[in-house]
Design a protein around this ligand. Structure first.
Ligand SMILES: Cc1ncc(COP(=O)(O)O)c(C=O)c1O
Length: 475
């Protein structure tokens, strides 16, 4: 007779190096995190589980002892063992030991290796004012006060929070207080902080389909139910989201420049999304990752600027506006959630290095930040136009590049019979970091295309060299 609920996967794998008792611990933690086991649920008796899994009783006993010591289980003697009734069910108590053989295949270029030609997500590294930056960092380093050698504030350096609040008010139409700005190490950290602050296991989250692949990998490993919502030329299809999961707790969106298709969320959809969030009591996470760069008209105000009922959590980053190696980003939190984010920040974050936070604050205060953005808008407009022209000329009707209004990457569409994964693999073998569009889809019918970053294509000659290389690789 089965003593374990069918959705509870407690099986162990004898082929793995991880000891059996740790595998059992891991399985229980995952089951709790994913909501299959809830606070107060009774777990199988040691003897029964040992029989079920064909293991020695001592192995299961050892696992239960560890789980009890860690606060996951409560042993009640003759009354059996239960999941601790006091256990909070945060969305992402992540497994502490990854099970061997379950590692995700690398789908990203964020791997610590030197930047590669056409790599997505990179700003123009050659054009970053390194001299100014080095001077500012050097100045902070030389002047470092004793107090600054201590622990940084987990919510962020106050002067930087002030600078960001001012910048967002002026440039993105986001009115916020410095206290609402939390400094993070990037989108992963922002998502973790957000989920731990506002979700419980099993909450649903609308996710753009296709959508940002790294966010998807993170969320698929979180105790959250990912609901793929299709995207069309006007961005996220809000009505589809409402049909698929009307009471989802979150929607993660890239309204300014949809990742990866590059389209903009229309005003009508923005209003519909805000209205849904307000009625459903849901949270919209606005990932505004590269909105500083727009080449037609003025940068669009953020979705957050229309947020009358404080349902939008606004996520920004210095990865594009400055450089990704900095690992500094920020999240603007609704007033009603500030206390919660603060408490969770103190629990899970140990803060970002003071030196870099202070240097970024100086970079902003001295006007370098806005000057740099202004220069980059012009530079990217040129690089974007020449990359499109040269690639289109060299690759002819094999690809079609329709430029979108903003961002740092473009999409070279392929005919439906092409296989973008194979082509991207061949391009990779030739040293070009192209990304196959179809990989970014979850449920929607994938379109074939190659995503490419144009910010580091330095001139016509460079573009021609890269386009010829690509043509050779894929023909
Ligand atoms: C869609 C999207 N969101 C956010 C980010 C920025 O993430 P981070 O701040 O972690 O560098 C990127 C970077 O490539 C991105 O493509």
């Amino acid at each position: 007779m089965k003593i374990v609920k069918p959705e509870l996967d407690l099986r162990v794998d004898r082929a793995l190096e991880l000891p059996m008792y740790l595998q059992i611990c891991q399985r229980f933690k995952t089951a709790i995190e994913q909501g299959h086991l809830r606070a107060g649920d009774r777990v199988p008796a040691v003897r029964a589980l040992a029989t079920e899994l064909n293991l020695a009783r001592g192995t299961v006993e050892m696992a239960y002892r560890i789980l009890a010591d860690e606060g996951y289980l409560q042993v009640r003697g003759a009354a059996g063992t239960v999941v601790s009734p006091s256990l909070p069910q945060p969305a992402i108590l992540k497994p502490q030991v990854a099970l061997a053989g379950q590692a995700q295949p690398a789908v990203t270029d964020h791997d610590g290796k030197a930047p590669r030609p056409l790599q997505m997500g990179l700003p123009a590294l050659d054009a970053f004012p390194r001299k100014v930056w080095n001077r500012l960092v050097g100045h902070r380093l030389r002047g470092s006060e004793l107090a600054r050698l201590g622990f940084p504030d987990p919510v962020g350096y106050d002067r930087l929070r002030e600078r960001i609040a001012t910048y967002l008010g002026v440039s993105r139409g986001v009115a916020c207080l410095p206290e609402q700005v939390f400094i993070t190490t990037g989108l992963h950290n922002t998502m973790e902080l957000t989920l731990r602050s506002l979700s419980i296991a099993g909450d649903a989250l609308w996710f753009e389909d296709p959508g940002y692949i790294l966010a998807r990998l993170f969320l698929q490993n979180a105790a959250i139910k990912l609901v793929p919502v299709p995207v069309d030329d006007n961005g996220l299809m809000v009505e589809a989201g409402k049909r698929l999961s009307p009471s989802a707790k979150f929607a993660l969106v890239t309204p300014s420049h949809q990742s990866p298709l590059g389209v903009t969320l229309s005003l009508e959809r923005r209003m519909a999304l805000l209205e849904w969030a307000d009625k459903a009591g849901s949270w919209i996470i606005e990932d505004d990752y590269d909105s500083e760069f727009r080449y037609q008209g003025r940068p669009l105000p953020a979705l957050k600027s229309l947020d009358r009922n404080d349902r939008v959590i606004y996520s920004g980053t210095f990865s594009k506006a400055m450089f990704p190696g900095l690992r500094l980003a920020y999240v603007v939190v609704p007033l009603s959630a500030v206390a919660r984010f603060q408490a969770v920040s103190y629990n899970i974050n140990s803060g970002c290095p003071y030196l870099f936070q202070a240097s970024v604050a100086d970079f902003m205060a001295e006007g370098h930040f806005s000057r740099h953005l202004k220069k980059m808008r012009l530079l990217y407009a040129q690089r974007r136009a020449l990359t499109q022209r040269v690639f289109q000329e060299v690759l002819g009707d094999r690809i079609r590049i329709d430029l979108q209004a903003g961002g740092l990457h473009m999409l070279a569409k392929l005919a439906a019979h092409e296989d973008d994964i194979t082509l991207a693999e061949r391009a990779h073998a030739a040293g070009l970091a192209l990304n196959p569009l179809s990989r970014w889809y979850i449920k929607a019918k994938p379109r074939q295309g190659l995503l490419l970053g144009f910010a580091n294509v330095i001139d016509e000659k460079d573009a021609l060299r890269l386009a010829l290389k690509l043509r050779e690789a894929i023909t």
